[in-house]
Design a binder for this molecule. Structure first.
Ligand code: GUN
Length: 279
């Protein structure tokens, strides 16, 4: 059994990105990321501050737009349009969830897909679906990185993704399919979930139900990626019951310190890519 150290892998990538950002600056382009935070969800506020800090650490210019929960959809879309037109901004991220009645799908559609470093625009999702080049959503890109860090061959393996969100489950399933895995997507209505998971060489748990994936769900020798981050009694808990799964898996990510640190790192990587392509 080996624990995948997302924190260390992430730190290594950020060091590389820092050098690449510096090299791009010498050529006259300073990568710029705009982050839009609407409302006062405390978790979102922390995520956005972490993104701001991470940008600063590697030399990406970030501009955070903090808007009130009463912001109208029209004015939010106007802001996005002005950022689309801003040559100093290469990436635009709208922090989710948006307060009601804002419609995330409509708002996200206002982002220029060439600046969609979060990978959530419908065009970006379509590009991933058909296998065209485009931004890869940050958490799925981080997950693929962690799976590849184990050195296992993905091609031909049974991969099971538990969860079907637009942000994680669906895109990660497409990425695994793109690497020639045989992919099964499971969700809250799936029958015999334990038996399906127990056949997974690669198991990605992204359901948001702490500790639901017990040892019985794990195939001996599997790679287990835990995307869950639910706060229980003030502590972050994954979807996988780590103390049981760790004895069966060949590789497993901890929570915290697994997938979490990779998400922001991949946002930085996507922003650098955007600045290189369109800077
Ligand atoms: N909320 C939680 N995670 C994310 C993310 O990766 N991107 C955005 N836009 N919102 C989020």
């Amino acid at each position: 059994m080996s624990i995948i150290d997302g924190k260390a892998i992430s730190a290594g990538i950020r060091e590389e990105l820092k050098k690449e950002v510096a090299a791009l600056k010498v050529q006259g382009t300073v990568p710029g990321l705009a982050v839009i935070l609407v409302g006062d969800d405390p978790a979102s506020a922390v995520y956005v501050s972490n993104k701001e800090k991470a940008c600063e650490e590697i030399g990406i210019r970030s501009a955070v737009h903090r808007l009130s929960a009463q912001t109208s959809q029209e004015s939010l879309i106007e802001l996005i349009k002005s950022l689309n037109a801003d040559k100093a901004i290469h990436g635009i991220l709208v922090q989710l969830p948006l307060p009601k009645p804002l419609d995330p799908l409509v708002v996200l559609r206002a982002v220029n897909p060439d600046k969609d470093v979060d990978g959530l625009h419908v065009v970006t999702a379509g590009r991933l679906f058909v296998g065209e080049k485009g931004f890869i959503p940050c958490t799925p890109r981080g997950i693929m990185h962690l799976i590849k860090s184990t050195g296992i061959e993905i091609s031909g393996k049974n991969a099971v993704v538990v969860g079907r969100s637009n942000m994680v489950g669906k895109p990660v399933a497409h990425l695994l399919l793109g690497e020639n895995a045989t992919v099964t997507i499971c969700h809250s209505r799936t029958r015999n979930l334990d038996a399906i998971c127990a056949n997974a060489d690669i198991l990605v748990a992204a359901i948001g139900r702490p500790g639901m994936i017990t040892g019985d769900y794990i195939k001996p020798g599997a790679v287990v990626i835990d995307v869950g981050t639910t706060k229980v009694d003030g502590k972050l808990k994954g979807d996988v019951l780590f103390e049981e799964a760790v004895n069966k898996a060949a590789f497993i990510t901890p929570v915290p310190g697994g997938v979490g640190p990779m998400t922001i790192t991949m946002l930085l990587a996507n922003t650098l890519e955007a600045a290189r392509m369109y800077g």
